[in-house]
Ligand binder design. Structure first.
Ligand SMILES: Nc1ncnc2c1ncn2[C@@H]1O[C@H](COP(=O)(O)OP(=O)(O)O)[C@@H](O)[C@H]1O
Ligand SMILES: [Mg+2]
Length: 313
């Protein structure tokens, strides 16, 4: 549906985006994951037509931004990283204002406003001045404003930065339930793992990994690490566990057993079975599946959170 091909953008001597390409399928939630300064917002600005690329092209269903900017802009909604709302207006008035900017009026505007208030969970607070809203409520209204013209593709730029966990969960659940195409940028790998079927990881302006969530997650390998703390003597069970070829790296450290396996659930049940035969009780079990953080570490040698690049967090 949306195709981004060979986008590049420089700001003076700074190369913010370098030869970025990806495709977003209709109905997908597509993640753009990367540390601060990776080039996510610059990429988004080019897709929404706010910044023109030095090189490359953006198209929806074959129509390019260069030739059909209005067609593309009508199909895209943007939820910017910074909140863009009028504090002196209430939620309904903010939505009406932005709807009018898109040329919507009458019954359609009324319907769209009602739909947006419902999606944002703000129906009961629609008459309250926005400056009295909590940070989380403002974030939710900011998202609703991005959808006032009922776009086919909603682009959200780090919509959960700086808000409380409860509002964050509400936003994540709302986005998960949306039946439209979403491009979601974040530097939180948990959010992208929760929401997105496909993703691109960006670093220093470039796409360093791209594809289905599971394929990218497994870039550093497919083994889950299982750590089990036990009551009892582990020595007698080690050799038995080591004979099981589906369990790799069986190690004992005091009263802690560490295993690796491609299937964490089976590995845990096997280990528990062998232990119970020797009268050993597990008291704590911890499973770490391969994730986007381990993939990023594998690709860059850095943690996702390290890459500040001079931008304040
Ligand atoms: N308007 C601008 N002028 C100069 N440099 C910019 C501008 N916008 C972004 N940059 C630089 O481009 C790089 C990418 O920024 P950005 O796209 O905002 O990254 P992200 O959204 O992933 O944090 C950063 O190094 C940033 O400082
Ligand atoms: Mg950004």
């Amino acid at each position: 549906m949306l195709e981004v091909s060979h986008l590049s953008k420089r700001f003076g001597s700074k190369s913010a985006v370098k030869n970025v390409s990806f495709q977003v399928n209709q109905g997908d939630s597509f993640g753009l994951l990367g540390p601060n300064g990776a080039g996510k917002s610059t990429t988004i600005s080019m897709i929404t037509g706010l910044v023109s690329p030095d090189e490359g092209e953006i198209s929806i269903d074959g129509k390019t931004m260069r030739k059909h900017p209005k067609y593309l802009k009508r199909r895209i909604g943007l939820v910017p990283q910074t909140i863009a709302l009028y504090g002196m207006l209430n939620a309904r008035e903010n939505l009406e204002f932005w709807g009018t900017v898109y040329g919507i009026s009458g019954a359609k505007l009324k319907d769209n406003v009602a739909w947006c208030l419902k999606v944002a969970g703000l129906e009961e607070n629609s008459k309250q001045l926005v400056k009295k809203y909590s940070g989380g409520m403002q974030r939710r209204l900011n998202i609703a404003v991005g959808m006032i013209h009922r776009p086919e593709i909603l682009i959200m730029d780090e919509p959960t930065v700086g808000i409380d966990p409860q509002s964050r969960n509400h936003i994540l659940e709302t986005v998960k339930d949306l039946s439209i195409t979403v491009i979601y940028t974040s530097h939180y790998m948990e959010e992208v793992q929760f929401l997105c079927e496909r993703l691109a990881i960006m670093d220093h302006g470039q796409v360093i990994a791209y594809g289905d969530l599971d394929d990218v997650r497994h870039l550093a390998g497919t083994l889950a690490t299982i750590t089990m703390e036990v009551h009892g003597e582990l020595k007698p069970v080690i050799s038995e566990l080591q004979q099981d070829l589906t369990l790799k790296q069986v190690q004992v450290n005091g009263n802690t057993l560490v295993l690796q396996s491609t299937n964490a659930a089976t590995a845990v049940s096997k280990a528990v079975m062998v232990m119970s035969r020797h009268g050993i009780q597990p008291v704590k079990i911890d499973v770490e599946e391969p994730n986007l953080e381990t993939a990023f570490l594998h690709l860059t040698g850095r943690q996702l959170r390290d890459g500040q690049d001079g931008v304040s967090p």
